[in-house]
Design a protein around this ligand. Structure first.
Ligand SMILES: [Zn+2]
Length: 90
């Protein structure tokens, strides 16, 4: 095996391992369950165009209280209905 082939295999392997390690790390820093990471309100599951095809095991969520949207890991869901504060009538 030539030196160039060994170089490509070693550094290509390190590059792929770095991508795998980053994917695992970012998966585990995602919050678990259906609570908003900013305001701890129960979020609503939404159906985005591409995320469900790319990572179908993650929960695409939207927080109606603060407007946060993002991905959450599967976990315990809130059974109580989400409380919505409606604006006061003028
Ligand atoms: Zn929120």
């Amino acid at each position: 095996m030539s030196d160039a082939a060994i170089f490509v295999v070693v550094f290509g392997g390190l590059f792929v391992l770095r991508i795998i390690a980053a994917t695992i790390f970012f998966y585990y820093i995602l919050p678990r369950g259906d609570r908003c990471p900013y305001c701890d309100t129960a979020t609503i599951r939404v159906q985005p165009a591409g995320w469900d095809r790319l990572v179908p095991f993650l929960r695409s969520s939207w927080c109606h209280a603060c407007g946060w949207e993002g991905l959450l890991r599967p976990g315990a869901l809130t059974l109580e209905p989400a409380e919505t504060k409606l604006p006061e009538p003028v």
